[in-house]
Design a protein around this ligand. Structure first.
Ligand code: ZN
Ligand code: ZN
Length: 147
């Protein structure tokens, strides 16, 4: 597994703004969200822990608590992988939240949010059904593995 690159000032600044709009800015919240924003894909707990370890680390309890808070606030969302591993991804709430599709690379196993791809299943349900959430995951090769 490759180690995460150091956080850029840009990712930290964006994370700080997002957190400040929702609540108290703590260093842990800003760091975790900055990692998600910079990754540009969904990260597992293990990947987040590895990334955070560079800058002194974050204990597991705090990481879980921060992720819960980010999800509650709509700044991140959780994706249940077929491998039963939760992954977390930053959400641009302005761009519409949770109703987008995901892409899982068959080669490297990475999961990406496809923010621009929105399944319309909710609109085509038979009468009487109401959709709360639709999960659509596409499979194939990511740009890195397909190159
Ligand atoms: Zn891949
Ligand atoms: Zn997503």
């Amino acid at each position: 597994m490759s180690t995460a690159p150091a956080l850029t000032a840009d990712a930290i600044e964006r994370a700080r703004q997002w957190v400040a709009e929702r609540g108290r800015t703590t260093p842990a919240r800003v760091r975790v969200l900055a990692h998600l924003l910079q990754a540009g894909r969904a990260l597992t707990h293990a990947e987040l822990e590895a990334g955070l370890a560079r800058a002194g680390g974050l204990d597991r309890v705090t990481l879980y608590r921060v992720l819960d808070w980010l999800v509650q606030q709509g700044l991140a969302h959780r994706i249940a992988g077929e491998d039963r591993v939760w992954r977390f991804s930053a959400v641009d709430s302005g761009a519409g939240g949770h109703d987008h599709a995901h892409f899982r690379c068959d080669d490297c196993g990475r999961v990406y949010c496809l923010d621009s791809l929105r399944p319309v299943v909710a609109l085509t349900l038979p009468a009487g059904f109401r959709c709360r959430e639709a999960e659509l995951t596409l499979h194939g090769l990511c740009p890195q593995c397909g190159a």
